[in-house]
Design a protein around this ligand. Structure first.
Ligand code: ASP
Length: 329
């Protein structure tokens, strides 16, 4: 077994109950296809057209969800909060500085305090790798840890909502060409997308990036690599744009915004290389005029607002799934 497979196995053991149900969600790597499909089906059942009342249930009544975010977030934090509330849970939002981290007492004290306060689910976003897994290793058996983003490594609910968006628009994962474009090197969105699309059977997965923003060669196995938009987008069914992760780069690494847009910015002209019915996605926040032109972001082929709507549905599905062993329907 190579080290990648064993890492995936280790996570799987940590994330799943012995009966195979989901306990924590830290990464999509190694999750079984059936579980992912179940989450997508459940999420789909929570999707409503805009203007209609969102679904509401009492499935998590009496339960408490805590949001612990140490990196900025708009959509993910708000949608986890709405998801929990729409299932009837109480929500607390903590502006935590986990800076002494898992090795220092303060982080674990925060976690144990929340546990003593009957928090059932902790949703954590953190800029350091390994914090989620370390917390998961310390919490009581009835507590679930959900990642809302881990450094450049994983953003599992984003991966699920991206998969749901593709499924809604394309109705399938086989025979699809999906291009992941931009700052792949620093993107947790790209990594979670890679894992989920692999599990769901997408065989034509491409990464498109300037050489400086390409990931190392030992990552994204099986993807084709393209350094021009024209070749990467050719015949693509789905174009997933990524934000340049300035916060994860040294000043000297930052690409010049105008030059980047001229070469890698998605304009209607460049999108013409993809299939005529290709959809465009972006996890947001968007740098308009740097990685994407406004007329594409707001245009008829954009699925970006569907992604946001699906985010609440996916987070409801994950919350309901981890609480299921405790009698949540
Ligand atoms: N919102 C996404 C994330 O947290 C994408 C981004 O920030 O570029 O990773």
């Amino acid at each position: 077994m190579n080290s990648k497979t064993s890492k995936a196995k280790e996570f799987m053991t940590q994330q799943l109950h012995p009966d195979g149900s989901l306990r924590h969600l830290i990464t999509l790597e190694g999750l079984p296809r059936l579980l992912i499909e179940r989450l997508l089906d459940r999420a789909q059942s929570y999707v409503r057209p805009l203007g209609e009342k969102p679904p509401a249930s009492r499935a998590l009544a009496g339960r408490t969800v805590a949001n612990l975010f140490t990196e900025p977030s708009t959509r993910t934090r708000v949608s986890f909060e709405l998801a929990a509330k729409r299932l009837g849970a109480a929500v607390v939002n903590l502006e935590v500085q986990l800076s002494s981290r898992i090795k220092g007492e303060s982080m674990l004290d925060t976690i144990y305090t929340l546990q003593s306060l009957h928090v059932d689910v902790m949703v954590i976003r953190d800029a350091e790798t390994g914090v989620h897994a370390a917390v998961a290793a310390h919490v009581a058996p009835h507590v679930s840890i959900l990642s809302a983003g881990e450094a450049h490594v994983a953003h599992p609910t984003q991966g699920l909502l991206d998969a749901l968006t593709v499924r809604q628009h394309k109705g399938r994962f086989d025979n699809l060409a999906i291009a992941i474009v931009g700052d792949v090197r620093h993107s947790r969105v790209a990594r979670s997308a890679y894992h989920v699309f692999n599990v769901l059977g997408v065989t034509d997965l491409r990464i498109v990036a300037p050489p400086a923003l390409m990931p190392e060669l030992d990552e994204f196995g099986g993807c084709t690599r393209h350094t021009t938009l024209d070749s990467g987008l050719k015949g693509a069914d789905v174009v997933m744009m990524l934000r340049i992760q300035k916060e994860r780069m040294a000043q000297a690494e930052l690409p010049d915004a105008d030059r980047y847009f001229a070469t890698y910015g998605l304009t209607p002209q460049r999108l013409a290389a993809a299939r005529p019915d290709a959809i465009v996605m972006h996890p947001q926040p968007m740098n308009r005029g740097i990685e994407i032109a406004s007329d594409v972001a707001d245009g008829p082929r954009s699925a970006i607002r569907d992604q946001v709507r699906n985010g609440v549905a996916v987070r409801m599905a994950v919350l309901a799934e981890v609480m299921a062993p405790r009698g949540v329907p």
